[in-house]
Design a protein around this ligand. Structure first.
Ligand code: GLN
Ligand code: ZN
Length: 767
């Protein structure tokens, strides 16, 4: 019998229960016990779901109240000192590290004021993890203040009669994905391996004692270009993690090609390996060759990153070829990665066109997929399921919904001149200076302002038809006016309309473009309690009519200051959607580039001549390894942005914005935007600041963390700008936050922006 497994299940709940309860807890509306009970209920539900579907190997410790990497930092006591001095409950330490905490003193408690740890993209996904942050004083030990989560959750499942396989991030990945804290910049995280291994060992021993015979240990960094020094650590790490009192380990990788690092893992004393064959089916021969005749091969063949139905015929044939290599008793059918990256349940989608819906498979459906494939290759009769699957696959391949000849014709017209601005930046800068006459250190924001309850309520009413389009427009205009007046009062230089009409920066466009499908409940965790509902690219993309002109024009009509038009760039629209798997990313991005080009030109024609095209996802899309795929990506990603933005006059100022990742200034240069803003407030590495010092065009290095409710003072802004100006030319420098303000409340936004503008004024007076 070939068994089935999954690497992890979404923890947010089919109705976003986790978000609702967590946010209520943050607002003091529910108790910590309520929060913990909600977690317990979700876990029980998910385990039962998997059991009922017939999944053989069911994960535990894939649950988290914020982020699984952060959980491990808390458990291993990798807690920077600044979070430990307030005597917070363990879960509040966790949340403080994840999102910062600022609390006024009360009669019984001292004031708390601490920023969040850095949050970065989880490989090339739109999930973010909280970066482990180490210093010379980090002292690893099992911090049992909140129990021992992996053991507790294993026992919790056991009490429900469900035997699980705990999931833990492996030691090499845990350290390599971390960074040195501000006070210990000379520290190489990997140098802490010897210190962290005993704690892993202790944890594993406790799991074994609880009855866990096997543990899934994730080493996703194996799909990166690893320095020799890191590669060499695997043997050391895993040699230390074998013993009679320890569970067997299945070493798991996903999202890419392991082959360049195969020698690092080819002699590890583990019970088995998992590889992602959805991404890289070509690696089968080579990875199978490293297995001893006892080690198992977990075949990741059901996509953990996308929502298309698995093609059973193809997947089955693939698993059979794996069986031919290592034997049926050693093959496990699995998802390519954790299902964290897919929406919970397709059954929650009542509004999808049934024809299109039949092409999809969400996390819950994927459970049945792994089980069916495993049964099929084990010789059980699954002919009915195979036939139904073949019919769905055929329906999609032959559907006219996916093809638009006009779009394909237009795509063929893209050439160098269509994707290049009329003159180079210095010449544009000269005419733009004359036109906008901005002061030194111009201030601006990234686009969104608080998405208040009032906004959400009205948007829902409009969607449900309980208010008319006119009433909704009046409401939105009022919101825009509030935002404009506020910015005028604070003294910002380049204004925004605040994006009140947008539910999400990608979904909003997906809903207006042809070629997209969208869900009503297809939420996926992005970070903490922030979830997104990615649209789905089902066919060739085009723009039937203007998408943003009305709101921008209204905003500009009520102020003399320039208002930035605000669009989401082609790469981000693609990356934050579920892409097609039947045409390349390049084709999809260029189609989006053309659609956005029309929008940019409509905005310009309507008098909106400062236009920001956000590309926060451009870095996350970078193929994980250096090589041709990466250089091709950089070319088409930049080209699709330039297709969107280069059809304008020299006086039109194109802005772009990036966040969440460590960026390479060279990648950004290729977009040739006039002004870029990047997330920067939590970047402490002086080398990183230095790297941007010769960025040729104008740039705003983000000055405050918008993921945190914390308010920086004017002095803090001044100090930060001063530090940056040591290496960065003042003449090119814009003053702005890290990112949009949609998740923040008005009081914080008012104070933060006021302080930020004051700081800009201080420097204007000085320079
Ligand atoms: N313009 C968007 C906003 O301000 C940008 C968001 C993002 O980069 N993630 O919300
Ligand atoms: Zn951003």
């Amino acid at each position: 019998m070939v068994s089935s497994s999954i690497l992890g299940f979404p923890r947010i709940g089919g109705q976003r229960e986790l978000k609702k309860t967590t946010e209520a807890y943050w607002q003091g509306k529910v108790s910590v016990d309520d929060l913990l009970a909600q977690g317990k209920q979700l876990r029980a539900h998910n385990w039962q779901l998997q059991k009922d579907a017939g999944v053989d190997v069911i994960p535990s410790n894939d649950f988290s109240f914020y982020d699984q990497v952060l959980d491990l930092s808390l458990l291993f006591n990798a807690i920077p000192e600044r979070y430990t001095k307030f005597d917070l409950a363990p879960i509040d330490v966790l949340f403080a590290m994840g999102r910062g905490l600022q609390r006024k003193a009360t009669e019984t408690t001292a004031a708390v004021d601490v920023t969040a740890l850095e949050m970065v993209k989880w490989f090339d996904s739109n999930y973010h993890y909280v970066r482990p942050t180490f210093s010379h004083s980090t002292e690893f030990k099992l911090n049992t203040a909140a129990g021992v989560k992996p053991v507790d959750e294993f026992n919790e499942a056991k009490a429900l009669g469900i035997h699980t396989r705990p999931v833990i991030l492996g030691p090499v990945s845990y350290l390599y994905l971390g960074k040195a804290d501000k006070d210990s910049l000379d520290l190489e995280p990997i140098s802490l391996l010897e210190k962290v291994l005993p704690v892993y060992k202790q944890l594993l021993a406790q799991l074994k004692a609880a009855g866990a015979n096997e543990v899934q240990i994730d080493e996703p960094v194996l799909v990166l270009d690893l320095p020799e020094e890191i590669q060499s650590k695997f043997q050391q790490a895993y040699d230390a993690l074998v013993g009679a009192d320890l569970p067997e380990l299945v070493l798991t990788t996903y999202f890419g090609d392991v082959r360049p690092n195969l020698s690092a893992i080819s002699k590890l004393p583990v019970a088995g390996f998992h590889f992602d064959f959805v991404r890289v089916p070509e690696q089968l021969d080579e990875v199978a060759a490293i297995l001893t005749d006892k080690q198992t091969l977990s075949v990741g063949i059901v996509d953990g990153r996308n929502i298309w139905k698995t093609n059973f015929a193809k997947a089955t044939a693939f698993v059979q070829s794996a069986i031919a290599k290592v034997g049926a008793d050693r093959v496990v059918v699995s998802t390519s990665s954790s299902l964290l990256h897919t929406p919970v349940d397709l059954e929650n989608e009542a509004k999808l066109d049934p024809v299109i819906k039949d092409w999809f498979s969400f996390a819950t459906q994927k459970l049945t997929e792994v089980v069916t494939i495993a049964k099929g290759v084990s010789g059980e009769d699954v002919s009915e399921a195979l036939a139904a699957n073949a019919a769905s696959i055929k329906s999609r391949t032959e559907s006219s919904i996916t093809t638009n000849p006009k779009v394909q014709e237009r795509l063929a017209t893209i050439n160098e001149s269509l994707s290049t601005r009329k003159v180079p930046f210095p010449e544009r800068l000269a005419v733009q200076k004359g036109k906008y006459n901005l002061p030194l250190f111009p201030t601006t924001t990234i686009g969104s302002f608080p998405q208040t309850k009032d906004i959400r309520v009205n948007r829902n009413k409009f969607a449900k038809g309980t208010i008319t389009a006119e009433e909704y427009e009046t409401f939105i205009n009022k919101e825009i006016e509030t935002v404009i007046r506020f910015q005028e009062e604070v003294g910002l230089d380049v204004l925004v309309h605040g994006e009140p009409e947008r539910n999400d920066m990608v979904q909003y466009f997906g809903e207006q473009l042809e070629g997209f499908a969208f869900t009503t409940n297809g939420w996926v965790q992005s970070y903490g309690s922030r979830y997104v509902r990615p649209p789905i690219v089902v066919g060739d993309v085009s723009r039937p009519k203007a998408m943003t002109v009305k709101e921008s024009v209204y905003a500009q009509s009520i102020t003399k200051a320039p208002v930035k038009g605000m669009l989401t760039g082609p790469v981000t629209c693609l990356r934050w959607s579920f892409p097609r798997d039947d045409v390349s990313g390049k084709v999809q991005a260029l189609q989006l580039g053309l659609a956005l080009r029309d929008e940019v030109q409509d905005l310009e024609a309507a008098g909106i001549t400062v236009i920001q095209v956000d590309e926060p996802a451009i870095r996350e899309g970078l193929p994980l390894r250096a090589g041709k795929e990466r250089s091709d990506y950089l070319n088409w990603a930049a080209q699709s942005f330039r297709v969107a933005t280069s059809g304008v006059e020299n006086t039109t100022q194109i802005h772009s914005h990036f966040c969440y990742s460590d960026l390479d200034p060279n990648h950004i240069k290729a977009l040739d935007a006039d002004v870029v803003s990047i997330e920067f407030s939590k970047k402490d590495d002086p080398n990183y600041i230095q790297e941007f010092s010769d960025y040729p065009n104008h740039i705003g290095l983000g000055l405050f963390d918008i993921h945190s409710p914390r308010i920086p003072s004017k002095e803090e802004f001044v100090a930060r700008i001063e530090e940056i100006l040591k290496v960065y030319p003042a003449a090119n420098f814009w003053v702005n936050p890290d990112c949009g303000l949609k998740t923040r409340g008005w009081p914080e936004v008012k104070e933060s922006l006021t302080n930020m503008v004051e700081a800009a004024k201080y420097f204007r007076a000085k320079y």
